[in-house]
Write a protein that binds this ligand. Sequence first.
Ligand code: GAL
Length: 814
Amino acid sequence: MINRFYMKQRIHFLVIFLTLTQVTFSQVRTVKELDVNWKFQKISQKNAFEVNFDDSKWETVMVPHDWAIYGPFDKEIDKQDVAIVQNGEEVASEKTGRTGALPHIGTAWYRNNFTLPQYDKDKKVILLFEGAMSEPQIYLNGKKVGEWAYGYSYFYFDVSEFIKEGENTLAVQLTNKEFASRWYPGAGLYRKVSVIVKNKESIDQWGTFITTPFINEDEAQVNIKTKASGEHMELVTTIFDAKGNEIVSKRANEQFGKEFEQNLKVHNPNLWSPENPYLYTAVSQLFVANELKDELSTRFGIRAIKYEANKGFSLNGEIKKFKGVCLHHDLGPLGAAVNKAALRRQLTILKDMGCNAIRSSHNMPSFEQLELCDEMGFLFLAESFDEWAIPKVENGYNRFFEDYAEKDIVNLVQATRNHPSIVMWSSGNEVPDQWGEEGVKRAKRLQDIFHREDPTRPVTVGMDQVKATLESGFGALLDIPGLNYRVHLYEEAFNKFPQGFILGSETASTVSSRGIYKFPVEKISMKQYDDFQSSSYDLEYCSWSNVPDDDFVLQDDKPWVIGEFVWTGFDYLGEPTPYDNSWPSRSSYFGISDLAGLPKDRYYLYRSRWNTKDETLHILPHWNWEGREGEITPVFVYTNYDSAELFVNGKSMGIQKKNMSTPQNRFRLMWMDIKYEPGTLKVVAFDKAGKSVAEKEIKTAGKAYQIVLSPDKKILKADGKDLSYVEVSVADRNGTLCPTATNQLKFKVKGAGKYRAACNGDATSLEMFHLPIMKLFSGKLVVLVQATNESGNIELSVTGKGLKSGTLKLNSID
Ligand code: GAL
């Protein structure tokens, strides 16, 4: 027993931990990530797939890579002269920054020469792409291996007949058309590419499906279906707990078709939830005549989900509301190139806000994001499409829908279904097919494909044409009716739809710019200002949307509303509503945090409701209003406390208490008639009994004097990919941050790291992220320092004219 246990442990850890060199070995399976030494050129050249093609002058890049993020921004790129029908527009107008104004259009080639360790001609070789933007054409050793269409899909090819011993040449052609997207899609091999070498007798790609159909306090049934190719095979599946202890092991020797089915019992299961993201690992070993032929590790969680009329969603028997955000796939200054450290930072910021759910709007999430959601505890709504057969944009997914929709869904589900975080699928977002009979048929057909591939999770569609879907039957057939905005239709939809609950699949779309405040303070739709910014009093929204408080009312008062996914957690590139027609606006204003990941005021409004463990006491606006002396400057406080007293330079401005008079009064404390005078704003919060329990103050800052640096982490992993996000601000002599500073700063990184990018969250800035110079926006920006492959000390220095410079020491370790 001990020996067997030790063996299993050893194999298990080999599989999991030998990833440092980007090659994962077990005795029987090799996964080689193709990350370095890619040659890249934005070029339309027919013969670039040939083995002897001379690419020596091409740029050398690492993959994941986004060719467009290096700019420059240009108003003419993908300029769309359209009426955005979903936004209620009837007349076409020029939309400049709609897809980010970055040079993503055109054809480009990537080439990579690689050799495979442990290869011989009896092996089976799989080439896996986790996303390629877009319309990839794949060639290996001069021959076409295959192609795909949708840039967000994961796909693979069995390339056994194309591969050879020694050097192989992989060439990928990608093409992005104009008018193909409603946001910045990114460009290139923006997710991982890998080659998997295994035996002919082996577990099929994405052939494992783990579910937990029965759970009580004492035990859980873990059902594992494993598809494998070969003859006379036996499968041994062993479950390990999070510490690597063996829990249970079972052997199976019967296959039905290609599938083994096993049920393993786990005693006293440790259930997965956002609060307790506990993960088990199943190690599947495939034998022929006692010889190990394949081995695969799959992480999973034990958890039960249910959606019930009038009760809503429950996880492990407990009712839970989705406190969720929608996220686009771009990572601001990194573009679409996936980076785990960047994703971890996003999720850390959202966790602190009390967020418990993510919607990957409007396409397939990265594997990295799902892994992190499993580990950090987030519920996940995995979406597939923004378009079906009827176009939203001329060259959108409508071109591929008929040929690819089923294949894309199959790949989405098969590749990701073992993630416990995923609790719902979405087959579409605001598809114009909501109108008419054909659309109803399509909705049914797509939902059936999801059900066939995964009978354990329900399917939703984010609907904006609620009236139409009430009539056509479109909404009634969905497992989960998802409403995008339209708070005034929730009640009617609940009454008429048969499901007995409603999901706020997309909510709010409030717009704001971090640290920017406009006067007079008013609740207003589609407001535009000369500086192309939106006010951070969080009262500005779109013609189709609303402010956060309107959703809070529904979430709190209607038990049948199962939660919300706010549009959006972070700003993203493209879609600069309400400035769709105004250059140089080129990124969104919807984010709860800005494009740099810096929280806007709204962050604290959500935090005051969603984070039920920690205190929130946040004052806005900033208190540097030279020239506004004596003018009305309302003060808002976002807090989990019920009431508070405000003091301006020691003078009480009275107590405000949350009340039911308006949605705003219910969720915010507001002093509307404060007259600005420089000095100190102080707020004292009271508990329910009226006892003062917390206080906070902000001060008018003096002249900018010194640069202040504050990293999200000081120790990096020397893997060439890890990032430290360093928040850069300026402060006066006393250390008070200057909230309106716009100083231009320069960045230098020395030692075992390099300067990667900077971002200030200004949706109108045309400064390039990868150049080591940028202006502060509302007193702040973020610098991304990237680890190299060498361990050692890293030093970031930031300088600015007339400012005391800032230096920060970081460390990178193996
Ligand atoms: C929704 C749409 C999103 C985004 C949002 C902006 O209608 O689903 O993709 O465009 O509006 O408010």
